[in-house]
Each structure stands twice: as C-alpha cells, then as structure tokens.
Design a protein. Structure first.
Lengths: 347, 273
C-alpha cells in the first residue's frame, strides 16, 4: 500500500525510483532542472514515462515497458495537484471551484456544495465562498486551491512549490495550514525552500540531473547529509575524505584524529556547523583542534554574521573579527574547528 | 491625449488615415434623404433583402460556430503532421477574393461541380438557392471565428484543463465546464465578427447564389442593384449596413477575456477596428 514509483523518461534523462508509506509526506528538493517537476507531472499523469511502473494504494498509475503499456488517465488516478499559482477557474466562484472535484465525480449539486463549503471552512475562507478568483488575494486564492484539491478526496496530494508565489507575509500562515491538512495524508511536495522540508515532510528526496542523489527520513538527511546540496539544506559544512591510520583525512588537507576505528574501504563524510568553524592568521593548532591553511574565496554578509568561504568550508565570523583580522577575498588564513564539533560517518 | 512623445508628422499621417476612414461614412450619412428614409428602407424589395440577409447571416454564423469551434480546438489542442498547412488553408477565404470563392463553390456544389453532380442526381440543387447564400457567407466568415478562437485557446493554455482532469473531470466535462467558458468572450466576439462578415458578403454570393429577389438577393446585392435605379434607396440601405457594422465593432471590441484587460484575440479583432 502507499505509493511505489519507478520511472524513466529518456528525453529528460530522468530515472527515479522510490516508495512512500501511506500518510507520509515526501519533500523533493534539488537544483533547477533536476527533474522535480517531471516527477510530479509523471505522477499526475500529464506526461507518460518511457518505461516504469507506479502504483498508488494498489491501483496502477502506469505500467510501461517492453510489450506493456497501461497508463491510467489523470482523472482516475486519485491524485490532486496543487501548483505554485492557485489556478482557480476564473469563471467560477470560490465555492464552485471547490465543488468542481466532487461534481466531476458524480456527486449531486447540493452535496457537492455542502462538501465545498465544509472545506472552505476548514481552510479558513468560508466567508469568501461567493467571490470570484479575481477578487481574492494570493493567500486567499491558495487557500481555496488547497480546499479544491482536498475536496476531490485524493489518495495522493501533489504540491508544486505551493508557497513560492505567495507574499512572505502570508506564506507562514499557509504553511501552517498545509501542515495541518497534510497530517496523515500521502503527499509529495516539490520545493526550493528547506523550511518546507523541515516543517512539512517526513522524508526527503534530493534529485540532481534526473537521479536521486540523496534520500531518507528528514531528520537523518539533515543530520547526516551525503551531498553538497543536502549539506546546504542542513546548513552544514560537508567535506569528503578517507580513513587513515590515525583517523580521517579530508580531501582539502584537514586531518582529524578519531578514537573509534573508521571503515578503511569506504569514502567518508565530515560535517561541521559554520558557526563552529573558526579562522585565524596563525597556524597554531591548540590541542583538540584541526586547522588547514587556505586562500579566502569569498566573503558575504549574512544576517548578524559574516560568512567566510575558504578550503571548501564556510565559517560564520563575527563582523568585528572580520575587521580585526582584516579578512578580504584572496588573503591566506587558517580555518579549523574543534574535533568534538565535527561528526564523521561513511557515505 | 498626449502626442508629445511622437514626431508631429507621424501624428499628421495618422490623422490623414483616420479621416480617410471616417470621411466616406460621413459623406454617406450626409447624402441620406431623411424625408424618404423610412419608406425607402421599408419598401417590399428592401424588406425582403433585409430579412433574407438577417436570416442567412444568422444561419451562416450558427454554421460557423458549429464547425469552427471544433476546428479551433483541433488546431489549438492537438499536434499532427501538416497542421501548419491545414491552418494556412483554413485561413485562405480570408485573403481569397470573394468572387473566386464563389466560383470555387460553384465548381464544388454547382450542378456540374465536384459534389454537385452527385447531389443533383439525388435531386438536391444547391447553387442559386438560399442555401447557396448561407454557404457563401459561411465560407468567407469561418476563418474569423476559427482565428479568434484558436488564438484565445492558445493564450489560455492547458493548465486549467490539467487541473480539471486531476480533479476527476472527464474530457467532455473539461471542455464544457473549463475550456469553453474560458474562451467564451473570444467565441462571442468571433461569432459577432463572422456575422458581420456574412452580412456584408457580396462577391461569393453573387457568383454562387445569384440575385433572385426574396431567395438570394441579400442587402448588399440590393444596394448594388438599387444604385443603378434609385441611388437614394441605395444610400438609405447602406446606412443600415453601416449602423450594423458600428454596432458589431462596438461589441467585438468590448468583449474581453476573463481576468484580462487585453482584447480576447488581438489579431483579428484589431484588424476590424
């Protein structure tokens, strides 16, 4: 039961397989062109795969391969799509928009309207039932769109950057609403915003170039990322390396001793928070720390800290220290961290 | 109006062009013999021509809607080999001299035409009948409807339709409850333009349907005929066609697509304007 998905799409170099348990929400992240939207259109049935098979709660969405070609029409999939824009039908009122799904499934007018009104109430815009989409604000329209998607009683809800087009002022409230309605509901949410993954998703899937590069429970991906994208999502520095006799040797020259034995035959990852990375002009290495000399690649201002990029690491440095050390791009300095702040694990 | 941002000679040429369009209509209105206006436009032959014109134009418009909507849908929502060629051919009546269209219709549906000989054998004679008038009008008016509707369908896009189908709507429901309502303004303006074009049809009608009073002599044919014998009647009837044309332009220009401020189908609508 739940969702089992496996599909390739030759034209876009897309090849992705995953499973989702009933009631779980999956966040799909990745750079532009990674195949996130392709994944949603394949699930919704707006695009047919070159090959593959997907089932939702036991029903086949598509099964395409040598000699077989079974593709269920979008309307029979039980999959509702919520896009970045609300895409409310402009000629129908909010109520009629929400009643569209139930009506299309053969429910009688009165029953469909009652259900629509109920959903409008649940998303908090009951009083806007008679308005046309042109008379709604962006946040209101997206609430109506959420009600419309859910009123169709989908087995799987697809969300394509549902908050991206909203005002920063209204996005948090809509995100809270999504958090409520997604509880216990199977959903796939494509997003650029790590916050969506943190707050809405049980699991995370990171795509790049049409392939899965990282996946797992949200908490796991956030504490033990294995790709640069995953590390950025988690807000961590990630350096790859290998085991040595005394511990860990990073590709950028850092050496970190390890009390526990590390697997010698596998690539390793080391992560450390940017706030735990320190910079200095002196190469002195106090006990329990590691340092490496490097040229400063970039310096950027970020809220209340200055982020210094060097040796493939980023360090969050207090503005006063940046001035005291005279940090500018191109200068040489030493970056390092205390061993207890880093964690090392196999890829 | 602020003309300050344009060179003066551009504004001057625009004024000349505007006068070129408006002045003949004014001249026509000035020539109307108002004392005899009502008797002139209510004479038996004028009434017959007017009623015939309205009847045939409305029928032709209905015909255009009946086949033009599916044509626009096929052109805008499907992809097939030779689609560009088909689209160009559909637009042919727009640029073809109407009299050539009439001859083409004659050699298709005339007694000795491509289909006409078989129809004739079955006892159906189309040429020089009221049906021929309707066909001539539909032939020249169809591209207006197809063009404006196809443009609207393309600009609306398929995203609403995709949402509808994921909500469980079948193809017919999507077409009836989403696609057609979204392009309704363009459909209305396209139909109005088709009606106007049908009402003004002259060349193809004369060639394919002839000029029999009460059967095929529509208002434009009556105007042309009266011009020889009673110019005042021709002017009075012309004024009626002008009034209808102005009303049509007003409607076609007023109808706008949902949630937009641009005319529903800029290309054909603006040409008429």
């Amino acid at each position: 039961m739940g969702l089992a998905f496996s599909a390739t799409l030759a034209a876009r170099g897309f090849d992705v397989s995953f499973e989702l348990a009933p009631g779980e929400t999956l966040a799909v992240l990745g750079p532009n062109g990674a195949g996130k939207s392709t994944l949603l259109t394949l699930l919704a049935g707006l695009l047919d795969p070159t090959s593959g098979r997907a089932t939702l709660d036991g029903a086949v969405l598509f099964d395409v391969g040598a000699g077989r070609r079974l593709v269920t029409e979008p309307r029979h999939r039980g999959v509702a799509l919520l896009a970045q824009e609300a895409l409310l039908f402009p000629h129908l009122t909010a109520l009629e928009n929400v009643a569209f799904g139930p009506r299309s499934r053969g429910e009688h007018r009165a029953a469909a309207r009652a259900r629509a009104l109920d959903w409008l109430g649940r998303v908090g815009v009951e009083d806007l039932a008679r308005r046309r989409p042109a008379e709604l604000s962006g946040g209101q329209a997206q609430r109506v769109a959420i009600a419309r998607a859910l009123a169709a009683d989908p087995s799987l809800l697809l969300l394509d950057e549902p908050l991206a087009a909203l005002d920063v002022a209204v996005a948090p409230a809509v995100r809270t609403l999504l958090r409520e309605v997604l509880t216990g509901r199977s959903a796939v949410i494509v997003t650029h915003d790590p916050l969506d993954a943190f707050l809405l998703a049980d699991r995370v899937l990171i795509l790049d170039g049409g392939r899965i590069v990282e996946s797992g429970a949200t908490a796991e991906v956030l504490t033990r990322p294995v790709t640069a994208f995953g590390a950025r999502l988690a807000g961590l520095n990630l350096v790859h390396g290998r085991a040595t006799a005394s511990g860990f040797a990073a590709d950028n020259g850092l050496e970190v001793p390890s009390a526990a034995p590390l697997p010698a035959d596998r690539r390793l990852a080391l992560t450390v928070r940017p706030g735990s990375v320190t910079v200095s002009r002196s190469p002195d290495t106090p006990p329990g720390t590691s340092r490496v000399g490097a040229e400063v690649d970039d310096v950027e201002h970020r809220g209340d800290v200055v982020r210094v990029h060097a040796a493939g690491l980023v360090a969050d440095v207090a503005p006063a220290d940046v001035v005291a050390l005279g940090i500018t791009p191109g200068m040489r300095l030493f970056v390092g961290f205390r061993h207890e702040d880093a964690s090392i694990y196999p890829l | 109006m602020n003309a300050g941002s344009l060179p003066r000679w551009v504004v001057a040429l625009a004024a000349v062009g505007g006068l070129f369009v408006v002045l003949p209509v004014v001249a026509l209105a000035l020539r109307v013999d108002w004392a005899r206006f009502v008797p002139l436009v209510t004479s038996d032959s004028a009434q017959a021509a007017l009623l015939l014109s309205l009847r045939t134009s409305l029928t032709a418009t209905a015909l255009c809607v009946l086949v033009g909507v599916p044509m626009a849908l096929v052109l805008a929502r499907t992809a097939f080999r030779g689609q560009r060629l088909v689209r160009s051919l559909v637009l042919l009546p727009l640029v073809l001299p109407p009299v050539v269209g009439g001859i083409a219709l004659l050699y298709t549906f005339g007694r000795r035409g491509l289909l006409g000989s078989s129809l004739s054998a079955a006892g159906i004679d189309i040429a020089f009948s009221t049906a021929a008038v309707v066909m001539s009008q539909a032939f020249v008016a169809l591209p207006f409807l197809v063009l404006s509707l196809e443009g609207a369908l393309r600009s609306v896009g398929t995203r609403y339709e995709a949402v509808g189908s994921t909500l469980g709507a079948g193809r017919w429901t999507v077409l009836r409850r989403i696609t057609l309502p979204l392009v309704l303004p363009a459909l209305v303006s396209g139909a109005v333009l088709s009606f106007a074009r049908a009402l003004g049809e002259f060349g193809a009608t004369l060639t394919f349907a002839g000029s029999l009073e009460g059967t095929t002599r529509t208002l434009p044919l009556e105007v042309y005929l009266q011009r020889e014998t009673d110019p005042d009647a021709a002017v009075a009837l012309s004024l009626i066609l002008v009034v209808v044309a102005v009303a049509v332009v007003g409607v076609a220009h007023r109808v706008r697509p949902l949630g937009s401020t641009a005319p529903s189908s800029p290309r054909p609508v603006r040409e008429v304007r």
